[in-house]
Ligand binder design. Structure first.
Ligand code: BG6
Length: 478
């Protein structure tokens, strides 16, 4: 495996810890070798040492010398500018040495954890140096382009050198256990399918909330904002998985065929159905935090959104007229990703008015993170005289049901890329559909200047997001 962008945060926090977790479970082949590539000058030894510290700090498993040594033995580092062709030759030399010394047989996974501006050069350089022996897989980190035009250009470039089944576009949400469990919940249980439609479901709410700010990523975030950072990929993928038809099997194409149909059916929301926000100064967990415009590297007049909420419609027979309310934001009160399926009210509760006040619609909540699990809200009789109803929860918690820790998304994704299984990666057409929707929203925003900041850090988002649901006599789940 070659990681381009080896001095970056992702390599340190996610990729190396994931490789270490795979090594701990003996899921990496013994011959496995890793070449880190980045601009920073560094010796092989220093690279290994830095990665060792990263594993110690971020891995979910206890640090074991023998596991680390077996991984480190195959690790080396190439320092080069991505635009420099000769650097690519150095990488190739390393790979040939690995083939010779470790018997890697020309099989390569190239992991592009680099800024978007570096991707097309790398795709060309790697493509031009393809060798005939062994297989090649190219893992491309998000953001995949900046809009539909750039994503298409990138897809065209990729096609010049690679086939679609060699390209693995990462959306790390798809690697999360709880996201995959959404498919298990829907398609391994008989009771949900008959009610999973407009006749029984009143609406769906999907929330990807974070309490963190933009950390040290101002450059990136100023260009992307919440709509490109999370809405375009993670949120729309959650919509697709919630709304898709049952695939005929769990192969990459069957699953992705069904997801792309949902993305294609998404109705472009009008300006009144989309809300954007930007956080001002506020308090998170007892600490005062700066507003977005005060973050280092952010313009004091920035119009970048850190929050988006939208009402989406999936225009097909299953979902017509059933709103999907989605929202994502930074500096919200707590980190929480959930999918809530709110069913319609019981048609005629035969209890007296007063007793049925507590009678609320059933809600199935998929807790993606934290407190991973699924809960169903049902009405139950409060013990005692009379017939008073209250809402209670039936809970499935991962922690209680399975006594093993949950793997990190990147463990699953890296392993799948090595095995050549693209089921949990996004296909060309999915990415393009996602961009088409985002482009339409972004174009409307350009015409209409935002008034920011419009929510304080530590609060649940702009008032307009509440109004979006209030207009439909609904409210966000708190
Ligand atoms: C990334 C975004 O894709 O997802 C980040 O670029 C965000 O801004 C992160 O913080 C959230 O991922 P997770 O797994 O912590 O929910």
């Amino acid at each position: 495996m070659v990681i381009f962008g080896a001095s970056g945060d992702l390599t340190k926090r996610k990729l190396l810890p994931a490789l270490y977790a795979l090594a701990c479970r003996r899921l990496l082949p013994e011959q496995f070798g890793l070449v880190g590539v980045a601009r920073t000058e560094e010796s092989d030894e220093d690279f290994r040492e830095r990665m060792k510290e990263a594993v110690k700090a971020h891995a979910r498993d206890e640090f074991r010398d023998e596991v680390w040594e077996s991984l480190a033995r195959g690790m080396s580092y190439v320092s080069t500018d991505f635009a420099d062709e000769s650097g690519e030759d150095l990488v190739l030399e390393r790979l040939r040495a690995l083939d010779r010394d470790r018997g890697t047989k020309g099989n390569r996974v190239y992991y592009l954890a680099v800024p978007p501006s570096a991707i097309s050069t790398l795709v060309r350089e790697i493509g031009e140096r393809r060798e005939t022996e062994g297989w090649t897989r190219l893992v491309v980190e998000k953001p995949f382009g900046h809009d539909l035009t750039s994503a298409r250009e990138l897809n065209t470039q990729l096609r010049e050198h690679f086939t679609e089944d060699e390209v693995f576009r990462i959306d790390h949400y798809l690697g999360k256990e709880t996201v995959q469990n959404l498919m298990a919940l829907r398609f391994a249980n008989g009771i949900f399918e008959p009610v999973w439609n407009r006749q029984f479901i009143d609406h769906v709410q999907i929330t990807v909330a974070e309490s963190i700010g933009i950390e040290s990523r101002a450059d990136f975030y100023e260009q992307s904002g919440a709509i490109r950072d999370i809405f375009q990929n993670h949120l729309l993928q959650l919509v697709a998985l919630t709304a898709m038809e049952p695939p005929i099997d769990f192969t990459a194409d069957s699953v992705r065929n069904e997801k792309v149909k949902v993305l294609r059916s998404l109705h472009t929301p009008g300006p009144k159905s989309v809300v954007r926000g930007q956080y001002g100064r506020g308090w998170i967990e007892g600490k005062e935090v700066p507003g977005y415009r005060e973050e280092e590297g952010v313009s004091s007049e920035s119009l970048t959104e850190t929050y988006v909420a939208a009402k989406l419609y999936v225009d097909n027979w299953r979902w017509a007229d059933t709103p999907f309310y989605v929202r994502t934001g930074k500096r919200l009160p707590r980190r929480e990703t959930t999918i809530s399926i709110q069913f319609q009210r019981a048609p005629h509760p035969p209890f007296e008015d007063i007793a049925s006040e507590g009678l609320r619609p059933n809600v199935l909540v998929v807790h993606i993170q934290p407190d991973e699990g699924v809960s169903l809200e049902i009405g139950a009789k409060v013990p005692g005289q009379g017939m008073t109803i209250r809402s209670v929860h039936m809970d499935f918690l991962y922690g209680g049901a399975f006594r093993t820790g949950l793997p990190e998304a990147y463990e699953r994704l890296i392993l799948d890329a090595m095995l050549g299984d693209a089921t949990l990666f996004t296909r060309t057409d999915e990415v393009e559909e996602q961009w088409a929707l985002v482009d339409a929203i972004a174009a409307a925003w350009k015409r209409d200047r935002a008034s920011f900041p419009n929510y304080a850090a530590g609060t649940p988002g702009p008032a307009a997001a509440d109004e979006l649901l209030a207009r439909d006599s609904r409210s966000w789940r708190r």
